[in-house]
Design a protein around this ligand. Structure first.
Ligand code: PLP
Length: 406
């Protein structure tokens, strides 16, 4: 028996490996701190709960149309008008039942032929390369010079070939928290629309920005009618509404691509659950104060994280402007980020995610969507484990630990 060549080439999720080890340690009663998390722990908005409860109470839970229920398509249209200053039609939208990730998958199935290239900007979200491989495309990674998190336009264009089908942009960016400059987005829109290359904006974190650095709407620079444009926007309710478990996302594209995505979706998951879509309608149409509250909490947590990290002499930090991640350069301690992450989990009981998985070796992704206490204690433990000039003793849980390594 064997599995397919394709399946053999899909990487294990790096976070799952570390999460499994952390769970094991927790089960043994160890006081593990999680700085690897990819989701805010706030509760589901009440309007979402109310809306999906009402749907459930109708006891009419049947198949829906592939593209999404009309009330959600309407809610997404209003959302796009409000947040992007762009009028789109319901024929430009496809709702997905597996979150924003599934929206990206549907899109790639709809636009990529074998050996088509997709440009991905490092540091990048781990799933992009794997999704591109799953549709037999070729991920082409552009890594900015000098360890910067934002590549220059010229660096991206230098990687374009006659096989380039799409450029993936994620801003605010997982894992760096960087928001790409308005100039870069403007240049990419102009270039992609002119050269018939899809510009895929993964905007899943676009409401989670700090210090008044609101990301620009990609449509601001579009010169074309939406049905002639190569811009595709991916979004969902997972991050800003803390609704990761509802798995509702969407893609907005020209009608031709949307129809192709609908055909793809109709033959895999089809019919996103009406219960979960109703929750999304409640979240998008309801009270938005929870999003702002989350944004402000994350901004505060980011400031705490920056303050704690500034106590290190040997790491390089670029301050994030959005998401709930940062990606400090720890290469002065260990050039292998996976070795370092393993070491920190074993010695300091802190979960981090190796930067190598995001195409940025020597870095660690640290999340600040947990509690203030966890951020402070997590960073104190990392400092104790790595910085031999710091005090060699620390209390972890109920135990006094002594550093006995160099
Ligand atoms: C950049 C990026 N895009 C998409 C997703 C997927 O979002 P969803 O949970 O809605 O599938 C994530 C989740 O971590 C992400 O970080």
């Amino acid at each position: 028996m064997s599995v397919s060549h394709l399946a053999r080439n899909i990487k294990d999720s790096p976070t799952l490996v570390f999460n499994a080890k952390a769970r094991q340690l927790k089960e043994q009663g160890k006081p593990v701190i999680h700085l690897g998390s990819g989701e805010p722990k706030t509760k589901t908005p009440q309007d979402a709960i109310k809306s999906c409860t009402e749907t459930l109470q109708t006891a009419e839970i049947h198949y829906t149309s592939t593209e999404g229920i009309p009330s959600l398509l309407e809610a997404i249209t209003s959302y796009t008008e409000e947040h992007y200053d762009k009028l789109v039609n319901s024929e430009n939208i496809l709702v997905s039942s597996g979150g924003a990730k599934h929206a990206i998958f549907n899109l790639m199935m709809a636009i990529i032929d074998p050996k088509d290239e997709v440009i991905i900007l490092a540091p990048y979200w781990v799933s992009y390369t794997e999704i591109v491989k799953m549709v037999y495309g070729i991920p082409v990674i552009v890594t900015p010079a000098n360890n910067q998190f934002e590549p220059r336009f010229e660096e991206i264009v230098a990687s374009v070939t006659s096989s380039t089908k799409a450029i993936m942009v994620n801003s605010p960016n997982n894992p760096s928290g960087c928001i790409y400059s308005e100039q870069l987005i403007g240049e990419l829109v102009e270039y992609c629309e002119k050269n018939d290359i899809y510009l895929v904006m993964d905007d899943i974190y676009h409401q989670l920005y700090f210090d008044n650095t609101k990301p620009v709407s990609v449509y601001k620079y579009s010169q074309k009618d939406i049905d002639k444009s190569t811009i595709v926007v991916i979004n969902g309710i997972s991050k800003a509404y803390a609704m990761t478990g509802f798995r509702i996302g969407w893609a907005i594209a020209n009608r031709e691509v949307t129809q192709a995505m609908r055909n793809v979706s109709a033959q895999n998951t089809s019919c996103p659950s009406v219960v979960l879509q109703s929750a999304a309608v409640g979240a998008l149409n309801g009270d938005q104060s929870g999003v702002e509250k989350l944004r402000l909490t994350l901004e505060k947590n980011k400031n705490i994280m920056m303050k704690e990290l500034n106590n290190f002499h040997d790491i390089k930090i670029t301050e994030p402007h959005g998401t709930f991640y940062c990606l400090p350069d720890f290469s002065a301690y260990n050039k292998s980020s996976s070795e370092l992450a393993k070491f920190l989990l074993e010695k300091a009981l802190v979960v981090t995610v190796p930067g190598g998985e995001f195409g940025f070796e020597g870095h660690l992704r640290l999340s600040y969507c947990g509690s203030e206490t966890d951020i402070k204690e997590g960073i104190a433990r990392i400092k104790w484990a790595l910085d031999i000039k710091s005090n060699d003793e620390i209390i972890i849980g109920n135990n006094k630990m002594k550093r006995n390594w160099k």
